[in-house]
Design a protein. Structure first.
Length: 503
């Protein structure tokens, strides 16, 4: 159908225009803000699914804005990698919207709820725009849109600590964006082009230029800050811990994954990977940082006493897995990194949703708040257990799939020492998740706490709008662990395309 050729731009336009209309709809009725956000996210997901169907039929989808041909105009491109990430991000963001109403009522003041949903849709538009654009400056614009929306979302709750966390995030996020912009400026100065496919053709002739090498360094630092690669992760724990639960869930499951996607796209499409081998030993640096992140993320998580901070530090280690797959520079490992974008999104979305239920239930974030909840909230805690086992890498869960492909990729690359690092991280993950599972199913709740929790807690119930998405996410952690070849097939095609020279 003729309208389908507009799908790449509709993915972005639907949430962007809806964000503008939400303040008007909320004047009619407050609940319309949530309905509009849910409808917009559903529309973006439908467009993303249709784009993936076209891509898997062997078609790379291209869309020229204003009908200006690339490289003079901005072109949106959807290939295997783009389609995969689009579906992952749009699905997770829709699930978070479905989960959000009761959590937002509990943690965000009424006068801020309309702006919350407007900012949320700007975040959706920014993240999806990063994925579809084929213009590197346009990517920067969408990075800034998503970042500015994120800063507002982090500060939207009632907690004063969120303002400090937002300020730190703002400073480091701005530094990361500045590095990325400087990298773009250096590339434009050397090549006169901003189109990624065009840059890939022009750079081999000037790759030894100090300007291009400097641009590569700027990109490396900028994207490392955005995806919170250890030791540039310092903004993440407080931002995730002090933001409203629904915001932490969305950011943990999507924001850093899109930043990792952007690193993959620039490294393998613009610089084509071979640049690293020929000019800058960036992969070796990434390999070391990834291994350190994998271990240190788990070590730091063990030392935490608050649930959200523990989950935030565990994300540092999980980001290390994605970067490890990038650094190994072979198809198997890169496929593992790409599929981990989905797997980690599912696991971390589940875990932060559970944390949101715990906060809604008791108003507490300490690990002791989990004591005995296996009997009070059986479905929610079962979801937490499944996601925790997946984080460990138990077979038949998505976590096992990612680690399996990364181990195979490490052996193919001759880096056998990476396998013990992955195993050590899994053992450390067992330590901090088992203590939580022990609390959940074997801990006892003091009678004195019952007076400070909502009156419905004694019945063991939780809001269905929060529990249902949580259980669905946990179920998918098993579904894609068993039917792993569905996402792996697309991830492997994307890895083969990237290592073959980009889109």
């Amino acid at each position: 159908m003729s309208w389908e050729r507009h799908l790449p731009v509709l993915v972005v336009i639907i949430p962007l225009l809806t964000a503008v209309t939400i303040p008007l709809l909320a004047r009619i009725r407050q609940s319309f803000a949530w309905g509009a956000a849910a409808a917009a996210c559903t529309g973006s997901l439908a467009c993303s699914v249709r784009l993936v169907q076209q891509v898997t039929q062997g078609e790379t989808v291209r869309y020229r804005l204003g009908n200006w041909a690339a490289p003079w105009g901005i072109e949106y491109i959807v290939d295997y990698l783009d389609g995969f990430v689009l579906v992952v991000v749009s699905f997770i963001l829709l699930a978070v919207v479905v989960y959000s109403p009761r959590s937002v009522e509990h943690e965000i003041d009424e006068h801020r709820r309309t702006s919350f949903y407007a900012l949320y849709l700007l975040l959706v538009a920014g993240l999806l725009g990063i994925v579809v654009t084929g213009d590197i400056f346009n990517m920067y614009v969408f990075i800034e849109i998503s970042s500015l929306a994120t800063y507002g979302l982090v500060a939207s709750g009632r907690r004063r600590e969120a303002l400090v966390a937002c300020f730190h995030y703002l400073i480091l996020g701005t530094l990361g964006a500045t590095f990325i912009l400087l990298g773009i400026g250096h590339l434009y100065m050397e090549t006169g082009s901003l189109n990624m496919a065009d840059l890939a053709q022009l750079l081999p002739g000037v790759q030894h230029s100090s300007v291009v090498i400097t641009a590569f360094a700027f990109f490396a630092v900028g994207f490392s800050l955005k995806l919170a690669l250890f030791p540039l992760h310092v903004w993440m724990p407080n931002a995730y811990a002090y933001a409203p639960s629904v915001v932490g869930t969305a950011l943990a499951a999507t924001s850093t994954k899109v930043a990792a996607y952007a690193l993959i796209r620039v490294m393998f499409t613009v610089f084509r990977g071979r640049f690293d081998l020929a000019v800058v030993p960036f992969a070796k640096i990434l390999l070391v940082l990834a291994c350190v992140a994998i271990v240190m993320g788990s070590v730091l998580a063990i030392s935490q006493t608050k649930l959200k901070r523990m989950l935030a530090y565990s994300s540092v280690g999980q980001i290390g897995y994605i970067v490890l797959g990038i650094a190994l520079l072979n198809e198997t490992a890169l496929a593992g990194a790409i599929v981990h974008l989905l797997n980690h999104a599912l696991m971390k979305c589940t875990l932060f949703m559970v944390a949101g239920v715990v906060v809604y239930r008791s108003g507490a974030e300490e690990l002791s708040a989990l004591d005995g909840l296996g009997r009070k909230l059986p479905w929610t805690m079962a979801a937490f257990t499944v996601a925790g086992l997946s984080m460990v890498g138990v077979p038949l869960t998505v976590g096992f799939v990612s680690k399996w492909y990364l181990c195979l990729g490490a052996l193919e690359a001759g880096h056998w020492y990476v396998v013990p690092v992955i195993l050590l991280s899994s053992l450390l993950t067992v330590v901090y998740f088992w203590r939580l599972i022990e609390r959940i199913y074997f801990g006892k709740r003091p009678d004195s706490r019952r007076a400070i929790v909502p009156r419905w807690v004694g019945t063991g119930r939780a809001p269905a709008s929060m529990v249902a998405p949580t259980v669905v996410m946990a179920t998918l952690c098993v579904v894609f662990g068993v039917a792993a070849m569905v996402p792996v097939r697309i991830a492997s095609a994307a890895a083969a395309m990237l290592l073959g020279g980009g889109g």
